[in-house]
Design a protein around this ligand. Structure first.
Ligand code: HEM
Length: 523
């Protein structure tokens, strides 16, 4: 009689062979069959674009083009606002060949590139907010940073999150946050004043601005001071750096395994942040005793059981949903506004005449009275400046979508599942939309025209578009104007000779080497 193990060898090896064949078939299906199908559908739908190469798609070409531009670009030595060919050289070149709508590939993921406002208008008009998806490949990649918070959540869950959060940022609720903003900004102004007094007028302002807006969002949205939230911000920034500084191959199969060290680091950081946020949430839950007067900040709204639009009681958020929303708002709530103000100081340093115009306006609107959030809405010229800054140096440089159904745009069909990359920088720097002065700083183009003279309404979408437009835009405008008013009434400033112009994309658009300014105290 044969021993038992010999009897088992045959069926076991057969089972192993079947399992292995299944895994290989699945990998082949996901990595080859599905992308090929998507490719054929997009081609059949009429979209052109650069030829992809398995398994990198167009990533190799993108990296090479960027390297070539960086090494051959002495133009960065002098300051030009014609930044598009520098930050997105591959898009700039592909547009010449394939027009303003084409398909490119990140690994095995096809993306429909869109920088045509007419196409964007038609595309977005037929799709309501809850029907839009966010690219699965980014959702997976950026999960440690945003989880399934408002930026990434979809469908009915998105409606629930958005309905709960929107009232937090309505003007009436924001008014109460004004004094916190003034307090936090005043601390920064005091720091700069002492540096000048001690003979150090050259200040790298972007770090202080980032800190000020971190402090504002921590207090305004979560009712905690910067000391308590500092660890969260530090870890979120470490995640941000790990995610976007390295050359990870997003969209390429098994890239998580190839970059195992970063993947493990991200999982660890994400767990730490989740723990910190959970204890912040638990503390707040325990401290809410006055049910008639809940705290009207973001966390207060999220913890309150809200009535859904149909009169039914909305479902409560789970702990993980609460954590993901906190992560999303801790990050999105300071980064973009801080960068918008940083680029504003850069442009105003180059245009002292605009510093003076804004000071004059502040004098007329605010005078000697204490700054009050209701006043800032009257700062019209400051609004033009903000728009012009967001046009030339958009803090949110793109918007992304994934089709969750076939979308018809004229003669084209965008097939269900298609990822979309809407290029805000590309549209903002397009001379066909803005005219020959497209790369000049001219805030007056927004005088009496919220579209700044752009030929299409959808050509200027600094806060995105449709139902998924930025939920924090009112807060952003208010805190931008309050902090800028305080800076302009305290200092005049110019660019330090050590400044090196190198706008770079790391999710948002930032000055790669910081922003050193020479500050002078106004008497
Ligand atoms: C100048 C400052 C800001 C700019 C330029 C900006 C820009 C953007 C852009 C371009 C989008 C994408 C919209 C789309 O896909 O159509 C967005 C979405 C979003 N922003 Fe902002 N943002 C700013 C400030 C803020 C602030 C202060 C907060 C939070 C307090 C915030 C929270 C969000 C969230 C949660 C979303 C996702 C909304 C959704 O999908 O429903 N943003 N923002």
């Amino acid at each position: 009689m044969e021993p038992l193990y010999q009897l088992l060898i045959k069926p076991l090896s057969l089972a192993m062979t079947i399992l292995l064949s299944f895994v290989l078939w699945k990998a082949f299906f996901i990595c080859w069959v599905l992308p090929t199908r998507a490719y054929n559908k997009l081609r059949k739908s009429g979209f052109g674009g650069p030829i992809p190469c398995f398994p990198l798609g167009n990533i190799r070409e993108m990296t090479m083009t960027k390297k070539k531009i960086r090494s051959s670009s002495p133009s960065l030595e002098y300051i030009s606002h014609d930044i598009y060919p520098i930050i997105f050289p591959y898009f700039s070149q592909w547009r010449e060949l394939h027009g303003k709508v084409f398909v490119y590939w990140l690994g095995i993921e096809p993306f429909l590139y869109i920088a045509d406002p007419e196409f964007l208008t038609q595309m977005s008009s037929g799709v309501i907010g809850k029907k839009w998806g966010k690219p699965n490949v980014f959702k997976q990649d950026r999960k440690p940073l945003f989880g399934n918070g408002l930026l990434m959540v979809e469908g009915d869950n998105w409606v629930h999150h958005r309905h709960t959060i929107t009232p937090v940022f309505l003007p009436n609720n924001l008014k109460a946050m004004g004094s916190m903003m003034v307090e936090s900004a005043t601390k920064m102004i005091d720091r700069w004043t002492s540096l000048i007094a001690s003979g150090e007028p050259e200040i790298y302002v972007e770090k202080d601005i980032m800190r000020t807006y971190s402090e504002i969002i921590a207090r305004a949205a979560f009712g905690v001071d910067y000391r308590i939230s500092q660890e969260v911000f530090t870890k979120l920034r470490a995640m941000h750096l790990t995610l976007f500084k390295s050359n990870r191959l997003v969209g390429v199969p098994f890239n998580n395994i190839v970059y195992l060290k970063q993947t493990i680091e991200l999982i660890k950081l994400s767990k730490d942040v989740d723990q910190l946020l959970l204890s912040m949430i638990t503390n707040r839950k325990m401290s809410v005793v006055d049910v008639d007067h809940p705290q009207h900040d973001l966390l207060g709204f999220l913890l309150e059981e809200k009535s859904a639009g149909d009169g039914q009681l909305g479902k409560k958020f789970s702990d993980q949903e609460l954590i993901d929303e906190c992560k999303t708002f801790f990050f999105a709530g300071h980064e973009t506004t801080a960068l918008a103000l940083t680029w504003t100081l850069f442009l105003l340093a180059l245009h002292p005449e605009w510093q003076n115009q804004l000071r004059e306006e502040i004098k007329q609107v605010v005078g000697d009275r204490p700054l009050d959030p209701t006043m800032v809405a009257q700062l019209k010229k400051m609004g033009w400046v903000m728009n012009e800054v967001l046009r030339l140096y958009p803090a949110g440089p793109n918007s992304q979508r994934q089709a969750r159904e076939d979308i018809r745009v004229g003669n084209f069909v965008i097939p269900n599942g298609t990822n979309m990359w809407i290029d805000i920088v590309g549209m903002n720097h397009d001379p066909v939309l803005w005219g020959d002065d497209v790369n000049e700083f001219r805030p007056e183009r927004f005088k009496g025209d919220i579209n700044g003279g752009c030929k299409y309404k959808m050509g200027f979408v600094p806060f995105g578009f449709g139902g998924r437009m930025c939920v924090g835009r009112n807060l952003a405008m208010m805190e931008y104007k309050i902090v800028l008013t305080l800076i302009l009434t305290s200092f005049s400033f110019s660019l330090s000779p050590t400044y090196h112009h190198s706008p770079t994309i790391m999710l948002s658009l930032r000055p790669a080497h910081g922003l050193p300014l020479i500050l002078e105290q106004l008497v």
